[in-house]
Design a binder for this molecule. Structure first.
Ligand code: CTP
Length: 364
């Protein structure tokens, strides 16, 4: 059964009656319709389905989705649903290429929203370029693959992301600049391919990815405990920037600065290495363990050594630049290494998840 919501802009192109003739169901248009609310209600409309498809997804509508605006029935339903979402963008090529649209596309992707198209070719205004809505058979194929559950269906994955905070006293801590963007994007992508994902995240300022169970932690020890509690998993991806050390003792009270008294000296102790622990987990070891190596010097050498030292299967070497939307990685496996171009972090996640799916004998 297909239920359609037609937006006010959509009604300028097609009438709800024409859409209703195609779906064989009544068409919903108005957030404030009392009849609709009595019959189904916009929250149930958002929940009572297997998949939500936005086609065509205009630049304006993608911006609304990215920002979580809910001013009409379609955007409200999208904000209220926890079902998988597929967007098929359609717009002028300049609007598609605009940094605002690309930022919205990336933030939707990071939340696990699937995207089909746009294609390249003639556009409505007599121009040509990327912006054409994907052809209907392509959209149908994407729908079928999402409904089938994806190539990682039945696989369990645990992903670490973000920084850790190691307290010094109730107000101070040792932290790092990790944004969590790469780890969150990987969790979203694995979930999109059907894996059952637990994302163990340090404190970050970005949204939870869709379709994942999120466990929030602060310290490395909490992260290790949450990762082990989430197992056994088939796949582990350690993308968190785990603090290597924590203060040996945490002051229960705020440390005071006393005039004339020397600055305190912090004694640090080593944190557990989550990646190494998972890699050496014996029968409980995930079949595929993936780590990241953030390096400022001798990146490729250090990353290869780190892979061997930690015992993980794959290591993704990257430059230790935190917070950027892009990443340039080198994938190091037992079979050798390959350099990926500079890519959006969501694209790195997409490639990595596709490689992971291939290990499990499936191609997305
Ligand atoms: N890692 C981990 N637990 C730690 C430290 C690191 O799980 N206590 C993981 C990270 O998530 C990453 C990989 O190990 O996947 C490498 O992290 P990185 O910070 O580059 O390496 P370190 O082991 O911390 O080594 P160094 O800081 O000396 O480069």
């Amino acid at each position: 059964m297909v239920r359609a919501i037609v937006t006010a802009a959509g009604e300028r192109f097609v009438t709800p009656l024409a859409v209703s003739a195609l779906t064989g169901e009544r068409v919903f248009t108005d957030l404030f319709s009392l009849t609709d609310e009595q019959e189904i209600g916009h929250i149930r409309l958002a929940q009572d389905c297997d998949l939500v498809v936005v086609a065509p997804a205009s630049a304006d509508f993608m911006a609304k989705m990215a920002l979580g605006l809910a001013g009409d029935l379609a955007s409200t339903a999208l904000l209220a649903t926890d079902r998988p979402i597929l967007v098929a963008p359609a717009m002028n090529h300049r609007m598609w290429a605009h940094p605002a649209t690309q930022a919205h596309r990336a933030s939707l992707a990071a939340r696990g929203v699937a995207c089909v198209g746009p294609g390249t070719g003639p556009l409505a205004e007599g121009e040509s370029g990327p912006g054409r809505m994907a052809e209907v058979p392509e959209i149908v194929e994407a729908v079928m693959s999402l409904l089938a559950g994806g190539p990682l269906r039945g696989r369990r994955a645990v992903v670490t992301s973000g920084p850790t905070f190691e307290p010094i006293d109730p107000v101070r801590m040792i932290a790092n600049r990790s944004s969590g963007r790469q780890g969150h994007a990987i969790a979203a992508e694995l979930a999109r391919l059907g894996a059952e994902v637990t994302l163990v995240s340090g404190p970050v300022a970005i949204a939870d990815p869709m379709g994942c169970r999120v466990v929030r932690v602060e310290t490395a020890c909490q992260m290790r405990d949450a990762v082990l509690a989430a197992g056994p998993a088939d796949i582990a991806v350690c993308a968190a920037a785990v603090g290597d050390w924590r203060p040996e003792t945490v002051s229960e009270r705020k440390m005071k600065k006393v005039p004339g008294v020397a600055a305190p000296v912090l004694t640090l102790t080593q944190n557990p290495d989550i990646l190494a622990t998972l890699s050496a987990a014996g029968p409980e070891r995930p079949r595929l363990v993936v780590g990241f190596a953030a390096e400022t010097d001798h990146r490729d050498d250090n990353a290869a050594k780190k892979r061997a030292a930690k015992g993980c299967d794959w290591m993704l070497a990257n430059d230790a630049v935190f917070g950027a939307p892009t990443n340039q990685v080198r994938l190091i496996t037992a079979d050798g290494a390959e350099d990926w171009p500079l890519l959006d972090k969501t694209e790195v996640a997409r490639r990595l998840a596709a490689r992971i799916a291939a290990v499990f004998g499936e191609t997305p």
